[in-house]
Design a protein around this ligand. Sequence first.
Ligand code: GUN
Length: 300
Amino acid sequence: MTVRILDGRAIGRAIRTRITIDVDELTRFAGVVPGLAVILIGGDPASRVYVTNKMKACVDVGIRSTLIEYPDDVPAEVLIESIRRLNEDPVTHGILVQLPLPPHHDVRAVLHTISVEKDVDGFHLYNVGGLVVGDTIFSPCTPFGVMKILDHAHIPLEGRNVTIVGASNIVGKPMALMMMRRDATVAVCHAKTRDVAQYTILADILVVAAGVPNLILPQMVRTGAVVIDVGINRLPDGRLVGDVDFEGVSRKASFITPVPGGVGPMTVTMLLVNTLSAARRFVERTRGPILPPAHSEDIT
Ligand code: GUN
């Protein structure tokens, strides 16, 4: 079977080109530059890399981004108060608190303090609940990016077997809900699942977000399956790999995402999409529905 590589970098680039045009139009039309505030707590090197990438991507498309940094031991009230101030700030349209937080913070309390209209990560209860009934304002960026990759490749979802390995609040659970909204039949495996292979072998579309290198081996994958690898793991030798044995599984899959260059760039791209959307909603809320449609919204 000849595998096709799902190139998240290229898809992301095409969407970002459109976002740049949309940001420019919004600025000229309404005098508003989309603004993202990023809160980073503590010195976790991986989080710092992710935040740096997100802020660089903002600069590239003309979104204004502001970094607010706190030490590991910042009191919970200081963090909550900082979010409340950003909720009221008219030049901040999106707020992102990089996770994970140090253990003394109540992550739910923090995420639910973010105004629903500025929740560009899609982690607020309203946006999470909206995935069930189809009323989200902002979809979480990683599963949103996976959907874009699949749509871009015209891979149908209706009636197909989707297996998701990993049940996190950030990826696995919202991914399952988004797939169900598209009428897929969904199985979700997690750390307590007995014999993960009996589920993965059934999958027409396999999404893996477990954070375990080489978790998915060729014998676990149906011939012709679409394989989406959300994992990003740094090996002791410095290499960056996903959760899927890329070489082996590529010989059986019809489509596969590489790591790096697959889902990762799409996560950042969807953050830009959400931030632009937040700024457009701000303009429409404060001045009425006057905006022409965004170019980046209809790209698949
Ligand atoms: N940590 C890992 N992934 C994410 C993400 O998508 N958003 C935030 N805020 N933190 C993360």
